[in-house]
Design a protein around this ligand. Structure first.
Ligand code: GUN
Length: 283
């Protein structure tokens, strides 16, 4: 087998640290609180939201789920966000994506107070990330979780060739910025990229987030490449697979499995960001 990056283990270690930080904060009279807004009944979103709530509960973080019907107007959602912005018990606000088509996602993300923006999607926080700002700001949790995995499995990123495939707001774009801030040499590839095979064959690190089963074969990457698979695809037989096919049984490559790679890190980082915001609000 290609060597696997144990995201579950790193996430569990991180959760132990977070639980201990929460205890210390509570002893100081600070209980971190997260509000999660889910609009509609998308089954995948319901599962993600439930997992986030369960993690918060386990760690002693207050969590509030606000489940609004699919027909909720944008005005009503914005009013709810305003209420949470003004509520001192809430440190972190997350509006689960995707939203119903009649709601403008950009307006919603911009309505969340930047200091409660636990996803790091507010333009002010995106700007801070791109500028590699020195003061604290929340950062997108999936790419941040990947950076935490890399700290363990690929600690020296300076000057390395990093290839990010997929340019979503959730993963690809913030991933590019974080790797750039870590002094890697980053290429952001997308559906119009030419000579992708050649980029894949020469990259030291590949982050794949395209949402297509078996989009990348490990045999196409360098013999010592580190590959991060962000995809979660459900096949017709019900099984879950990532965007990467491991066709290199005996290689020295490193790969994140699906499930058990990036997924658990996202949730752990979300909790980490929540307690960071709570700490910011207490000073
Ligand atoms: N939907 C899928 N992943 C995410 C995420 O990280 N944050 C939000 N808000 N919605 C999502």
């Amino acid at each position: 087998m290609t060597k696997l990056i144990d995201g579950k283990q790193v996430a569990n270690d991180l959760k132990v640290q977070i639980a201990s930080s929460v205890k210390k904060l509570i002893a100081l009279g600070i209980t971190p609180g997260i509000a999660v807004i889910l609009v509609g009944e998308d089954p995948a979103s319901q599962i993600y939201v439930r997992n986030k709530q369960r993690a918060a509960e386990q760690l002693g973080i207050d969590s509030e789920l606000i489940n609004l019907p699919t027909t909720t107007s944008e005005a009503k959602l914005l009013a709810k966000i305003d209420q949470l912005n003004a509520n001192p018990a809430i440190d972190a606000i997350l509006v689960q994506a995707p939203l119903p088509a009649h709601i403008n996602e950009e307006r919603v993300q911009s309505a969340i107070a930047p200091e409660k923006d636990v996803d790091g999607f507010h333009p002010q926080n995106v700007g801070a990330l791109y500028n590699n700002a020195k003061s604290y700001y929340p950062q997108a949790n999936t790419p941040r979780g990947i950076m935490t995995l890399l700290a363990e499995y690929m600690p020296d990123l300076v000057g390395k060739k990093a290839l990010v495939i997929g340019r979503s707001i959730l993963v690809g774009r913030p991933m590019m910025a974080m790797l750039n801030n870590a002094d890697a040499t980053v290429t952001l590839a997308h559906r119009h990229t030419q000579d992708l095979d050649q980029l894949i064959a020469t990259a030291d690190l590949i982050v794949v987030a395209v949402g297509e089963p078996h989009f990348l074969k490990m045999s196409a990457a360098k013999a010592d490449a580190v590959v991060i698979d962000v995809g979660i695809n459900r096949l017709e037989d019900g099984s879950l697979v990532g965007d990467v096919l491991d066709d290199m049984p005996d290689s020295a490559q490193l790969l994140t499995p699906v499930p058990g790679g990036v997924g658990p890190m996202t949730i752990a980082m979300l909790m980490q960001t929540t307690i960071e915001l709570a700490r910011q609000h207490s000073t």
